[in-house]
Design a protein around this ligand. Structure first.
Ligand code: MG
Length: 383
């Protein structure tokens, strides 16, 4: 990697790992983090987890896995162009959705409602729990033992109550500080990725139309450019040429406005970034507003589309049924999970039992959850 900016995360300004380890021979510390994430079971499960469309709705829609790869690609581009740590940005991007339940936000809302009396459930906090606790296959430590900066980036938001129990990575939520730049840009790369790929998937699913999308200024102005520049394009080409221009506008605007803010602030160390009252990575005013309008449009016309809604209500029912059945009778769990639930209950009462069940459900893929639901509720299923 060529020379990084003084405010980029680097090995010599890293806060290190919870369990100290010898330095890797050929990789940077953040490359090692990225590799551990890619080798985790939670990462492989992303392939069968909903982004917007449930896995069995079609083979060509984004999944959590392809979404995470698109986020990583955007994050790496921005990081490299600003002389930030590309490996760290990539690691954060690949891990950011590891804690997602099956069935996307609908699944998380249902699980959160079930967990209300037991401390709640939040997919972002769960992503950190996956890398800190639940991936349990190394001899010398629990979790993946990632660097502080990677864990800091994974924890995007957090309640004050939870922050108190999280130690060093929770501190910034108590002191109202910022995370490092790589974390900030991975967060916005997530937004850029889903806003654009959801337009693409929504059009391909025929839940959205070009005419509707032309209400959105960011879409309309790039659509105009494409239609004016070319004649005889197929609908697929028009769609792609428009969306790639939107993505490019968002990435360029974000990069240039962030570069300008860094030029003015002249930070000398990542901690100068953390001490700021607000995030430094961001769009300029016009594009920020256009991006907001796109988000509002998607919320209203795609995420609340009745066809999406019907699938999601069914999905919530599945999650709720699973939780209620397993919580009422933990002996329905596989024996190793039952033993874990019992141990957790001895330690933390009902909340302990509930947490083991929530971890189990959150770890399920869409299809595993549907299958487990059948196994539990269909008397004709033997196993
Ligand atoms: Mg995401």
């Amino acid at each position: 990697m060529s020379a990084l900016a003084p405010y980029a995360a680097q090995q010599d300004n890293s806060r290190g790992r919870r369990h100290p380890e010898p330095a890797p021979a050929y990789r940077s510390e953040y490359q090692r983090d990225r590799d551990r994430i890619v080798h985790s079971a939670a990462f492989r499960r992303l392939e069968y987890k909903t982004q917007v469309f449930v896995n069995h709705e079609g083979d060509l829609f984004r999944t959590r896995l392809t979404h995470s790869l698109e986020v990583a690609q955007i994050a790496r581009t921005i990081a490299r162009s600003l002389a930030l740590n590309e490996d760290l940005a990539e690691a954060i991007a690949l891990a950011h959705d590891l804690g997602h339940t099956p069935f996307g936000h609908a699944g998380q809302d249902a699980l959160n409602a079930c967990m209300k009396p037991h401390g709640g459930f939040e997919h972002n906090a769960q992503s950190l729990r996956v890398v800190d606790e639940l991936e349990d296959k190394y001899a010398e430590f629990r979790g993946l033992n990632l660097c502080f900066e990677t864990r800091e980036g994974i924890l995007k938001h957090c309640s004050v109550k939870r922050a108190r129990s999280l130690g060093d990575v929770g501190e910034r939520f108590l002191k109202k500080r910022q995370p490092g730049l790589e974390a900030q840009l991975a967060n916005l790369a997530d937004e850029i990725a889903y806003n654009n790929h959801d337009v693409d998937d929504g059009l391909r699913a025929r839940l959205l139309t070009i005419e509707q999308l032309r209400e959105v200024p960011l879409f309309a102005r790039h659509h105009d450019v494409v239609v004016k520049a070319y004649s005889g394009l197929s609908p697929k080409q028009v769609r792609h040429e428009t969306i790639r221009r939107m993505t490019n506008t968002l990435v360029s605007d974000l990069t240039e406005h962030t570069r300008e803010r860094l030029r003015r602030l002249k930070p000398k160390h990542p901690d100068d970034i953390r001490a700021q009252p607000a995030a430094l990575v961001g769009f300029g005013d016009q594009v920020r507003e256009e991006n907001q309008e796109l988000k509002r449009f998607l919320r209203q016309h795609l995420y609340r589309h009745y066809q999406v809604h019907r699938v999601m209500v069914k999905a919530q029912r599945v999650v709720r049924d699973l939780f209620e059945a397993l919580f009422a009778d933990p002996r329905l769990l596989l024996p190793e999970f039952f033993a874990e639930a019992e141990a957790a209950e001895r330690e933390a009462g009902q909340a302990g039992r509930a947490r083991v069940i929530a971890d189990y459900i959150a770890g399920m893929t869409d299809r595993y959850a549907l299958d487990e639901h059948e196994r539990l509720f269909d008397p004709r299923r033997l196993r």
